[in-house]
Design a protein around this ligand. Sequence first.
Ligand code: GUN
Ligand code: ZN
Length: 433
Amino acid sequence: MSRRAYRAALLHTLDDPSRSPDAVEHHPDGLMVVEDGHVAAFGAYADVAPSLADGTPVEDLRGRLITPGFIDAHVHYPQVDAMAGWGAQLLDWLDNHAFPAEQAFSDRAHADEVAGFFLDRLLANGTTSALAFCTVHKVSVEALFEAALARGMRIIAGKVLMDRHAPPGLTDTVEGGRADSEALIRAWRGKGRLGYAVTPRFAVTSTDAQLAMAGEVAAAYPDVLVHTHMSENAAEIAEVARLFPDARDYLDVYDRFGLLGPRSVFAHCVHSTDDAFGRIARAGASVAFCPSSNLLLGSGLFGLRRACACGVNTALATDVAGGGSFSMLSMMGEAYKVGQLQGDSLDPLHALYMATLAGARALHIDGHVGTLEPGKEADFVVLDLAATPLMARRTTKARTLAETLFILSILSDDRAVARTYVAGRLAYGRAGD
Ligand code: GUN
Ligand code: ZN
C-alpha cells in the first residue's frame, strides 16, 4: 500500500457556490492524505494530522494551493497545429484552419505524436480529464486512447462523424461511421480510466441518416456520452435552419434523432434561447462554455447567467483550437471577461466550480473526480501563487480566497502549475518543483 500526505492550502467546491454558498471547502493550512491513488483524508492540518498513520511521509507544500485537477469539457486534440489561426469566423475557420490540420490524422504516426504532445500540455496546465474530439479517422481515437492509458488519465473521446459538407479525406458514411464507432466503443470504453463519446461534429456535417445512426449507437451503449457543437455562430445557425427546415430550432435537430439526453454535452450554445436552455436542463444534458473560442472566433457572448437561471449544468472548456490556450485558469479569466461585457461579474469560486466539478458532472465522472473528498481518485493540481514576481506581489495582498483565485485567473496560466497528480501519481512537475 502507498500512502503520502500533502500539507498545503486546500480548496474544492462540492456544488455550485452561486446556489449553495456552503459548497466551498477551504483549509488555509490543510492536510490531504492520498492512499493507493485515492484521497483518504482532506481537511484542516490540525484535524487530520493527529490521526495520520505513523511513518506516512508528509510533503510540506505550505504557500501552495491544492485544487482538484481541472476538467476541460470540450477540446479538439487534432487541432493543436491550428491554434492561433488568424482572421476568420467559424465556417471559414473550419475550412482554412481546422480541416487542413485534421486531414493529417489518417496517419497513425502523426496522430501518436500529436496525442502525446496534447496530453502533456493538458497535464502542464493542471488538466487531468477532458472530453475530446478526435477526427473522422479511427486511428486518431486509438492514438489518443493509447496515450491517455499510458498516462493514467481519465479521458473521454470519440471518432468524429461527418458524412457531408467536409473536404475529401474527412468524410465517412453512415455505415462506416457506425462500424468504427461501435468497434471503438467495444475496444476502449471502460479500459483504464477511458470513456467513449458518440461525436457527430455538428448538424451541418451529418445527414439525417447519420444523425439517426448516432442516436441509435448512443442508445445501444448507455454508458457512452453524446458530444457535439450547437448554436455557436450566426451563419452556422442559418445553415442548420436551411438544412433542417422542419426542425423547431437547432436543439430540436438533435432531439429528433435521440441526441438530447442526460449524457449529452453541447459545446457553445452562445445563441441558445431560454426555451432551448430549459429543454437542455430538463433533459439533464450539459453545456460546455468556451469563452476563449467564442471571443477569438467572434462567435458571441455566452449567457451564463441565463443558462444557470434555466438550470443548465454549465462546464468550462478551452475548445482548442477555436480557443487560444490549454489553461483552464485562463478560461476562468476569459469567462469573467465574457460576463463583464454583459454586466455580470462572475464569482471566481463559481468559475472554479465550472472548471472542476461541473465538468465532472457533464462527463458523468463525478463519482470519481471533480472534488477531493475522501474516496475520490487523487487527481489534483498544486498551484504556485507566486509563480511570477507580479503574482507574488498581488497574491500576498489578496484579502479573500475569491480575490486570490481571481488573480490566478487573470495573471497566470500554466506558469502557476507547479505539479499535476493523476490518481495519486506525479504526472507533471515544473522544472525545479
Ligand atoms: N463546429 C463544428 N466544428 C467545430 C470545431 O472544430 N470548432 C468549433 N469551435 N466549432 C465547431
Ligand atoms: Zn469545438
